[in-house]
Write a protein that binds this ligand. Structure first.
Ligand code: SF4
Length: 318
């Protein structure tokens, strides 16, 4: 029993390493052999069951089966391990609320700001970018996700969150009953730092007025920051993401919930449960506002207010 558990843990560990592109052995065919070993034997065709569109299973990675000793005499698992599991009840959500309080020409304002960013040469990143990555999604649902900076895929396609982390974010958003194209996703930096290095403080300082203006135009009901840089910027905090995630803060009276960046989940799938708890709270905040938060459970804090920036004063005269 103990041996089976250890082999199962080992198999999960090895598959995770291979998924992240870490070669566990120097010979490529050894890695392939391990993949074959981890691949479950073909099963008789089962009736098609559609994947859940919401709930944690919607973004949970399929876990490999328990690894077993090789050889002809395979151990038959105990009956408790083979018994079919009762299907988990997936949460369902009503249609998300619509945005309120925006200017009638909010889309035009965003388009004008985007054009301004596309011509921007305010920091050194304009020299190495392929495209300015302003956002992804229409923003008709008043929920804004903010991450740190575009990566290689985003730089090539001029759209935020289109790589593997983006695909995972799409599933995370679907898990709370929302179509990704209806929310607004953007970054602190609009241009990719070379080699995906961390944003420099001077780059954040130079580029962040675009983000502040986006938020001013969008008037979101809830903001979700993904990872350290966006969270620390909007909360004016130096605390690590592990201390800030899952707690509700205020940004100019808008509820703000930090959580882990999807790339962190790809590196450490064990964080998925934590993020699932965070995004369920996010959905509750979207539906009910701050009334959803019991003050004795989640801290509500107000960071120092930033001065509002008028569009024409965004960077002063050019
Ligand atoms: S990162 Fe921001 S400030 Fe720097 S060039 Fe791009 S848009 Fe301009």
């Amino acid at each position: 029993m103990e041996r089976a558990r250890i082999l199962r843990e080992l198999a999960l560990q090895i598959e995770g390493e291979l998924d992240r592109g870490i070669l566990c052995w120097p010979e490529p065919e050894w890695n392939e052999a391990v993949r074959r070993f981890l691949t479950p034997p073909a099963q008789p065709a089962a009736p098609h069951r559609p994947a859940p569109s919401s709930g944690p299973a919607a973004f949970a990675r399929r876990r490999p089966p328990a690894a077993e000793p090789t050889g002809t005499a395979r151990r038959r698992p105990p009956a408790a391990e083979t018994a079919p599991r009762a299907p988990k009840k997936q949460p369902t959500f009503p249609p998300p609320p619509e945005a309120t309080g925006r200017a009638p020409d909010w889309e035009k304002q965003l388009a004008a700001l985007k054009r301004e960013a596309e011509a921007c040469t305010r920091c050194q990143l304009h020299e190495t970018r392929t495209n300015v990555v302003f956002n992804s999604g229409t923003g008709t649902v008043p929920l804004v996700f903010i991450s740190e900076a575009p990566g290689a895929n985003e730089d090539a396609q001029a759209e935020a969150f289109v790589g593997r982390a983006g695909q995972l974010l799409t599933k995370i958003i679907a898990a709370i009953g929302i179509d990704r194209k209806d929310v607004y996703i953007c970054n602190v930096l609009k241009c990719r730092p070379p080699q995906n290095r961390n944003p420099l403080p001077v780059e954040i300082e130079t580029c962040s007025p675009y983000l502040f203006k986006q938020l001013e135009i969008l008037k979101p009901r809830v903001i979700c920051t993904l990872g350290l840089f966006a969270t620390q910027l909007l909360l004016e905090s130096k605390a690590p993401i592990g201390k800030l995630r899952g707690r509700v803060f205020r940004y100019h009276d808008t509820p703000l919930l930090p959580t882990y960046h999807p790339a962190a989940l790809l590196r450490n799938p064990g964080l998925k449960r934590t993020v699932w708890e965070d995004v369920q709270l996010l959905r509750k905040l979207l539906d009910e506002g701050m009334a959803a938060v019991a003050k004795d459970v989640v801290a509500a804090e107000t960071p120092a207010r930033r001065p509002q920036v008028a569009s024409r004063d965004l960077f002063g005269a050019q």
